[in-house]
Design a protein around this ligand. Structure first.
Ligand SMILES: [Zn+2]
Length: 270
């Protein structure tokens, strides 16, 4: 049986830093999990204010300070975090205590079963996919824009977790804050790619409210379909559209490319 949960994220704060948490994950106290917003940092316009990316034109020292604030709210240090340069592909890196470093290279997914390794990524419309196998204590985090979605990074992340011993029936997957079907107008390149990836791509596109006869793509549903096809039974939706909520999130589309990136951090406490 497939179980999907809607609207499972709630806003809270720690050390004056607001962030979302997944309610279902609160049942696992050893799992640290935070979806930051754009609020509570020190970056100036257009990166105001908790921008986590140095790749968007913000001052590196400011970004590092924001990251330290984020780590402080989780009571971890930046050296406990692991991240990668995101390249819109579907390569997954497995982290253990022999290869752990803050920047792991180029990839769009990270998995680990190592306690005290905190997976960190940055987003502004692309979909954060968060994975957790509570039985084997294995976590994953990946970055699925339309390209990553079409390359089935959802399945690739699950595969990397299974190599660490995860059982697919136990995996909980979260489809995090990202551009929703309400706002994601796309072009023919997305339609063409969907034709390659999906058996019934039409169900993922909506032509009704397109002003320019261009379809709206449902990236949330697309990733849900891929997760179900690969065997994941428990899927949680945050139902938070970044483009509809630029007061809380950065949105590359809604802010015409001049914006920051919000962070997602997940890790297993010792
Ligand atoms: Zn929207």
């Amino acid at each position: 049986m497939i179980q999907t949960t809607l609207n499972d994220a709630y806003l809270t704060s720690h050390y004056n830093l607001p962030f979302y948490r997944i309610k279902t994950f609160d049942g696992y106290p050893y799992l640290k999990q935070v979806i930051f917003t754009r609020l509570g940092g020190i970056s100036q316009t257009p990166f105001h204010s908790l921008n986590m990316s140095e790749a968007v034109g913000d001052t590196p020292a400011t970004v590092e300070h924001n990251f330290e604030l984020a780590c402080q709210s989780l009571q971890i240090t930046p050296s406990q975090t692991v991240s990668c340069h995101l390249i819109h592909k579907s390569d997954i890196l497995t982290i253990d205590n022999t290869n752990q470093q803050r920047m792991m290279g180029y990839a769009d997914g990270l998995v680990t079963n190592e306690p005290n390794v905190y997976l960190a990524m940055r987003f502004a419309d692309c979909t954060p996919l968060i994975f957790f196998d509570p039985t084997q204590k294995i976590i994953g985090l990946s970055h699925a824009g339309w390209r990553g979605t079409m390359q089935n990074i959802a399945t690739e992340t699950v595969r990397a977790m299974r190599q660490l011993g995860a059982k697919i029936k136990n995996i909980i997957a979260v489809i995090g804050p990202s551009i929703g079907p309400c706002c994601y107008e796309v072009g023919t390149e997305v339609l063409d790619a969907a034709g390659q990836t999906f058996q019934r791509p039409d169900a993922l596109f909506d032509y009704r409210h397109g002003k320019n006869q261009r379809p709206y793509f449902d990236m949330w549903q697309a990733n849900q379909q891929l997760l179900i096809e690969t065997g994941v039974r428990t899927i949680i939706h945050t139902n938070l559209c970044t483009a509809c909520n630029t007061d809380k999130f950065f949105s590359h589309r809604a802010e015409n490319g001049r914006t920051g990136r919000f962070g997602v951090i997940i890790g297993l406490k010792e």
